[in-house]
Design a protein around this ligand. Structure first.
Ligand code: GLC
Length: 562
């Protein structure tokens, strides 16, 4: 099957390995339900994305990653997929998708879509067939059904816990009303894990990849790319007490990073390579170090992997320098570009995270009763400086919708509004991720700040967001939006994405200073101002006065041309 788009791809092929678009692209994450709502039901949709493409051109991004819009009961905001090859009516139709893709391509913006292969929705036809079939059947073999332990199978097959809290196993009530086998779900009970040793599962996903590649997508962000293969025998595992919920800090977990997972991506690499246009795979693999993350981007596997060790590094010059060095070395060692990311739909927004006053494990979230709430102004100031550092680094960078407006995490959502399964599965002990998913404010004077014409919004927006709305920031040269535009334009004109980093020494320990081509970046992470070196200031995360670089501020200086 070929779509019209495949026949007439708007992008030139690269002639040189290492120059492919994904090596240096800035990729903007759209979380569709919170981006722009064209239908007025309070949930963003694909026509809403199409309507705002010019705003993304104006911002200066190269590509969009769309979080899931496929058919789904929305138990985990679309990460519970019931049909991998259709659009959920909440978000529009396949025809809306095709229009959005063509309109994006027409503006030179590439589109990568989310692929969720670790688990399906319990409403997927295969899981429904598995429920109707007998233990030991071909239908059950596509998922991880097991008999329980104990004299009557009343105990789960092992002690694994769900990432969202509670047990990772649910017991079936069989058609005749008796209690039956258990099935594994690393996430919500509505998200049964596939058995990736099963050839039917592998073949299903080959077809899913081809379906979207044929429609013309430029690649996939692969959800839970470290989780597909489970250790033989499903051995018990007890995480450390304060474990990161995606296992990013834990070694030897029987469901994360099992070696066999890489065969899946070698297979997919071949499928993408048969298409024109440098299609790419990006791994969401929460691994503890850049070296371990780099295993996903060896030359015959994926093309990119999110750099979570970078995202989880605090506001500390020595630690940042170390993780940047390790990343550049580890990814280069396998011939892959580094990627950089500070925010996404699973973590506390960096405009709040960088000024938390207590440790907060990823996925736990922050709410009205949390200890360690962020210091708002400090968070935004650090976030602007952190972004100025990130966007000067060689490689590809991801930005999450709303960070270009400096949106903070919403801490005071009412409990009744919360929808993250984490909140429900921990009986409110963990707030979860809703606070980073509040719909984008486009226009200060309109209902729902222009998110939807009716004023509906699936999560309430704080009244303080009127002053953060995009239309207000558009006319303010000191706004966070203006800063992002400047950084993205200068990054492009100085080709920083394809450049190389060289540290500049001679500054105090809490200053990060490096050169990329003829741009010198100096970030002051300390408490005291430092003298600003000479040079032509092409971007600054805060206004500069009096020849000094204040605390929590980053600047880009251009060296005079030789
Ligand atoms: C990934 C997604 C997250 C989702 C989980 C289960 O981590 O980013 O939002 O809840 O996988 O699919």
């Amino acid at each position: 099957m070929t779509s019209p788009d495949t026949a007439e791809r708007p992008f030139a092929l690269t002639s040189r390995p290492g120059a492919e678009w994904w090596c240096s692209a800035v990729i903007y994450q759209i979380y569709p339900r919170s981006f722009a709502d064209s239908s007025g039901d309070g949930i963003g949709d694909l026509p809403g994305v199409t309507a705002h493409l010019d705003d993304l051109v104006d911002l200066g991004v190269d590509a969009i990653w769309l979080s899931p819009f496929q058919r789904s009961p929305q138990k985990d905001a679309g990460y519970d997929v019931a049909d991998y090859c259709d659009v959920d009516p909440l978000f529009g139709t396949l025809a809306d998708f095709d229009v959005m893709l063509a309109e994006a391509h027409g503006r030179g913006i590439r589109i990568i879509v989310d692929l969720v292969p670790n688990h399906s929705s319990d409403q997927h036809e295969w899981f429904q067939a598995a429920l109707a079939a007998a233990p030991g059947s071909r239908e059950r073999a596509r998922y991880l059904f097991r008999d329980g332990k104990g004299t009557a199978g009343e105990l789960p097959p092992n002690n694994w816990e769900s990432v969202f809290g509670g047990p990772a196993w649910t017991r079936l009530v069989e058609a005749d009303g008796t209690l039956g086998q258990w099935y594994l779900h690393l996430f919500d009970a509505s998200q049964p894990d596939f058995d990736w040793s099963n050839e039917d599962v592998r073949e299903l996903f080959r077809g899913v990849l081809r379906f979207w590649l044929d429609r013309g997508v430029d690649g996939f962000r692969v959800d839970v790319a470290h989780g597909l293969i489970k250790a033989a025998g499903l051995p018990d595992y007890t995480p450390p007490v304060e474990a990161d919920s995606m296992g990013g800090d834990e070694p030897d977990v029987p469901y994360w990073g099992q070696p066999g997972v890489h065969d899946v991506y070698r297979d997919w690499h071949g499928i993408l390579a048969a298409y024109d246009g440098d299609r790419a795979l990006c791994a969401e693999a929460w691994r503890p170090t850049p070296d371990e993350t780099a295993l996903w981007v060896r030359s015959d596997e994926m093309h990119q992997a999110f750099n979570f060790p970078y995202l989880t590094t605090g506001w500390d010059a020595a630690e940042l320098r170390a993780v940047i060095d390790e990343s550049l070395r580890a990814f280069a060692a396998v011939g892959a570009p580094s990627t950089w990311v500070l925010s996404n739909h699973d973590v506390i927004r960096h405009a709040s995270r960088l000024a938390l006053t207590a440790e907060n494990p990823q996925g736990h979230g922050i709410g009205p009763d949390s200890v360690g709430k962020p210091i708002a102004d400090l968070g935004l100031r650090r976030a602007r400086a952190a972004t100025a550092v990130m966007l000067a680094l060689p490689g590809s960078a991801y930005i999450y919708q709303g960070e270009e407006l400096g949106l903070p995490e919403v801490v005071d959502l009412p409990d009744t509004a919360r929808q993250d399964p984490t909140w429900f599965r921990t009986a409110g002990e963990r707030y979860g991720r809703d606070g980073c998913r509040v719909p984008v404010p486009w226009s200060s004077s309109q209902p729902a700040y222009g998110f939807s014409a009716t004023g509906e919004s699936w999560l309430p927006q704080p009244s303080s967001w009127a002053r953060l709305a995009r239309d207000v920031q558009e006319s303010d040269p000191e706004s966070t939006l203006a800063l992002y535009r400047t950084l993205l334009a200068e990054r492009r004109s100085h080709a920083l994405g394809t450049g190389a980093l060289e540290w500049v020494d001679g500054f105090p320990d809490d200053v990060l200073a490096f050169r990329n081509g003829n741009v010198t970046v100096i970030a002051n992470l300390g408490d005291a101002s430092i003298p600003l070196p000479h040079g032509n200031v092409i971007a600054a995360s805060e206004p500069l006065v009096g020849g000094i670089l204040p605390a929590d501020t980053a600047v880009w200086l251009e060296a005079a041309q030789a």
